[in-house]
Design a protein around this ligand. Sequence first.
Ligand code: NAD
Ligand code: UD1
Length: 599
Amino acid sequence: MPSANRPTEESLQKKAERFRAEIKSFPVCLVTGGAGYIGSHTVLELLNAGVAVVVIDNLCNSHMESLCRVHYIARTESQRLQQNGNVPPIFFHQVDIRSTKSMNQVFDFWQSDKIHAERAVFPVSVGEVSANKAYPMLDYTLNPAKRAQTSPQTKDPSTWGRITAVIHFAALKAVGESITKPLEYYENNVAALVVLLKAMKAHAVNVLIFSSSAVVYGVGHEAGITEETVQVAGKGSGGGLLTNPYGRSKWMSEEIINDYCVADPNFHAISLRYFNPTGSHPSGLIGEDPKGTPNNIVPVILQAYQRRRSRVHVFGSNYDTSDGTGVRDYIHVSDLAMGHLAALRKATKQPDPVPEGEEIDGQDPVSNYNVYNLGTGRGYSVLEIIKAFSNAAGTAIPFTVGEARAGDLGTVTASPDKAASDLDWRAEFDLQDMCRDVFNWAAANPTGYETLRRLSTMSGMSSQEMRRQSVATGLFDREEDFDNFISTSLNSIDNNNASKDGSGRRMSQHGANFSNMLKKMRSASHSSAVSDSDNPFGGNYALSSSPGPGAGGAPRFAMTWGEPHKTATIAEGEEEDEDVDLGPTLSPSTSKTLPMRSR
Ligand code: NAD
Ligand code: UD1
């Protein structure tokens, strides 16, 4: 018997029609893993380019909060550019890409207007959720002309409102973990790719951009790696030069996509091999939020800076490099995101379809499949990276030099030339930008998207209990780190507010309210208890809207977090209908148009 709370078929139908109407005036791209680090940055650039996005993510390594912030940034950028805030929608499905049934249901929903009885895949409108939240003031630079140039093909309105392309990010990505859990890696990264390709085929979606990695080059290839090199690492020896299951899963995925492109000349795919992604969107609102203990150098440096670990261990100093430490090609995640738009532009610029059974005369049968490196072509050693971050932080980040890490190479840098000539794409951000943006993100989100939410659950506790809980809940390793975090974050916000980088660009200022909260927490941690009126998070741990510092009391965006979101899927018996509010009812303290700076 249906529960009284369950949404009726009619209410779901009404809502589905509203969602479809909302998406109709835009080209639509499906993004798997869109809530993750690189995915969220790419979703933002898609919105900026006028593309609506359907995100599929099971949130195993991410938070839906990232998408709420993405939509908010896009709306703010749109206002700033006087585009009347007309931002394409994001729809979110909390779905596992390994499930053939769910994947087909998502495609059915958007491609054939079908609503399935299970309703598990009914989308959530992210704009609706995020409109109910307010975030700190955004203060960063952007280049609207460049964005217009890199828009994918959006000219054919007959395809609008339907998914025409997929960007596939969803995967597991920890090299070390892949050695202990190979089956999980092959299931998520390889088997799920086949599920996706079959669902695309069944719904006539013919464009795929795939997240690959420089890891497919394996060992034995160093500076200025070109795309052809993988023929040796992969095919030449059956992937034998790849040292771990993660690497092999990416190599196998590329082979599968290549084979499928051979079999279906109307299918167009591009694999993008990322070098070392880092940085965050210059707003500092979205960024990398690694779960568990990070292994990559930048999150490690950040933890040393935040005093969440004592120092950086530099792996090896006897490589054939300028200072003996490993050299890598670090690329800003926003550049990487733009690389996806450039790839999408190329892949959607298709020749006329080849009729079934007809020979492809004089045409390379796999010209519908391409691979590109996404890197800068410029390498930095570990010591150079530590120095750059120390300069940006205004404090020396401690390190020791030790043994090399097994399987590491001396120099790994890309040749970015093929992407430059075919895709008209080159990285624009430099190392200084990457450092600045990592700190922008970390200053307000020192332990990622969950920081404030998790700290807030401790409001009202005594100082001792807060310190204990911060360790018990895994937010910090030691109680001293809780105190350190508060004072370091305050310092870093003060530094950010005061400093200007080499080009005179101002650091993000959105730490204002955060800073106030931390100050209150610091005094709270020195007093015996936090009274309700002192509670830095307010009644429901929202920060109140307060005048910005030094702004003569001018209103700013309040940093307001409100209550946790409703779950993105509709569980049995749960009400989810027209009148259901998907988020807290809070409005921005102001919707001022922000000043624009040129980059
Ligand atoms: P991420 O973990 O932040 O993002 C991956 C997203 O996929 C997450 O949101 C996760 O919840 C989701 N996901 C994972 N398995 C899923 C499943 N079965 N069903 C649905 N969703 C699932 O990682 P990222 O750094 O953004 O990486 C994105 C892609 O880029 C991955 O394919 C990764 O292998 C590749 N890549 C990343 C790097 C890097 O350094 N970050 C380098 C090279 C390649
Ligand atoms: C790693 C992955 C690679 C993945 C890439 C993307 C391995 C073996 N490879 O590559 O598959 O595509 O990340 O982000 O894990 N370093 C230190 N101390 C540390 C951590 C790293 O000195 O604590 C050094 C490394 O030796 C290397 C450089 O920093 O020289 C960069 O390391 P890392 O960030 O782990 O990236 P990669 O090794 O290039």
